[in-house]
Design a protein around this ligand. Structure first.
Ligand code: ZN
Length: 371
């Protein structure tokens, strides 16, 4: 009897629990439907679905515990749980359809092209003045039958100085004037056992390579970047561009040199411009000269641009020193030649009256668009 009574008591307890599940599931239904209605996007909705119907979901747990529900209550509880599941699934599907449609509409809006908006103009670049002048001068010499040669910007002391007859104590060879290349250990890089690798200070090395490598006669120009340890100011830059030229042939005279450079100046600056040659000294030419072109502003009268002289210095030149020819294996008894070199930035400034070399490097479009 005691046992039976106890069992009856347990059954009552269990029945109360089973009916508790019905209330709990009903509450879960209200709560879940509210969360479904509030889900702001499909990702949030999916979180709600997993929380209720997923493997570890709250409603799934109730479905799993059906086996423990008393037989006589099982139908009632099972019916309720299944109804809730159907209601939740329906609400999820309806909400998902609504959110999918809204998200698709938003994506279409975001990707839409408004054909009534005005177009954005592309900014067209132009050739930089330095490149334009380099090309212009190259064209002039190509027209005279020259070829364009290029060489390395990292050069050895031999090609930058020695083969050009620069004495070992020449001031331009000092550490103060030349960028020497240092390897990773911090030691000066070396090709011949000395600190002799440098950034070229002139494009003249290309001329030496040309004399060593090319068949005679030689008619070349060598445009390119050069480096010097100068602080940038209105008339100096630590990196600038040069165009050098070299001719080696039989019977070349100083008259050929003068005629070529006079032609160049008239082509670049205008037919009315005059040139003059002033004696000068360069290690690799003998005789040497500096070339002036008549001032384009005052036409020789004297003005601020030409500092009152009527002339503008534009390049250096001379007849190739016989020693330089010999060093490159050319017989100076048979061949002669001339060489010249000019700074492209300087030509640009003189041609367009630019007062400060640094303006060419600043990238100010208002300045650069003028050319
Ligand atoms: Zn002048």
């Amino acid at each position: 009897m005691r046992v039976r009574r106890r069992r009856r008591g347990e059954e009552t307890e269990r029945k109360r629990e089973d009916m508790g599940i019905v209330d709990e599931v009903a509450a879960l239904r209200e709560q879940t439907l509210a969360r479904i209605a509030q889900a702001a996007d499909t990702a949030a909705l999916e979180q709600v679905r997993i929380g209720v119907l997923g493997k570890a979901g709250t409603l799934t747990a109730h479905l799993r515990s059906m086996g423990q529900v008393a037989k006589e209550e099982r139908a009632q509880v099972g019916k309720t749980v299944n109804e809730v599941r159907s209601a939740v699934e329906e609400a999820l599907a309806a909400r998902k359809a609504a959110l999918d449609a809204a998200e698709l509409a938003a994506a279409i809006d975001a990707a839409a092209v408004d054909v009534t908006l005005p177009g954005r103009a592309q900014q067209m670049g132009t050739r930089h003045l330095i490149n334009a002048i380099t090309d212009e001068i190259s064209e002039i010499f190509l027209g005279l039958g020259y070829t364009v040669a290029h060489g390395p910007e990292v050069e050895t002391d031999y090609y930058n100085f020695e083969a050009l007859n620069a004495p070992a104590d020449h001031p331009s060879r000092s550490l103060a004037d030349t960028f020497y290349v240092v390897d990773r250990s911090g030691d000066a890089a070396s090709v011949r056992g000395e600190s002799d690798v440098l950034l070229r200070t002139q494009t003249s090395g290309v001329q030496v390579h040309a004399m060593e490598d090319r068949e005679l006669p030689i008619y070349v120009i060598a445009p390119g970047k050069v480096y010097r340890r100068d602080v940038a100011d209105p008339s100096h830059l630590p990196q600038f561009h040069q165009i050098e030229g070299l001719v080696v042939d039989e019977g070349i005279t100083f008259g050929d040199l003068k005629g070529t450079l006079d032609y160049l100046c008239k082509q670049v600056f205008g037919e009315e411009r005059k040139t003059r040659f002033r004696a000068h000294y360069f290690p690799f030419t003998e005789p040497s000269a500096e070339v002036d072109v008549s001032c384009g502003i005052c036409h020789g009268e004297g003005c601020r641009m030409c500092k009152g002289t009527g002339w503008l210095e534009i390049l250096g030149c001379g007849m190739v020193d016989p020693n330089v020819l010999s060093m490159s294996g050319i017989d100076p008894e048979k061949y002669s030649g001339f060489a010249f070199g000019m700074g492209v930035e300087r030509i640009a400034c003189l041609k367009y009256n630019v007062p400060d070399l640094r303006m060419l490097l600043e990238g100010d479009m208002r300045f650069l668009r003028q050319f």
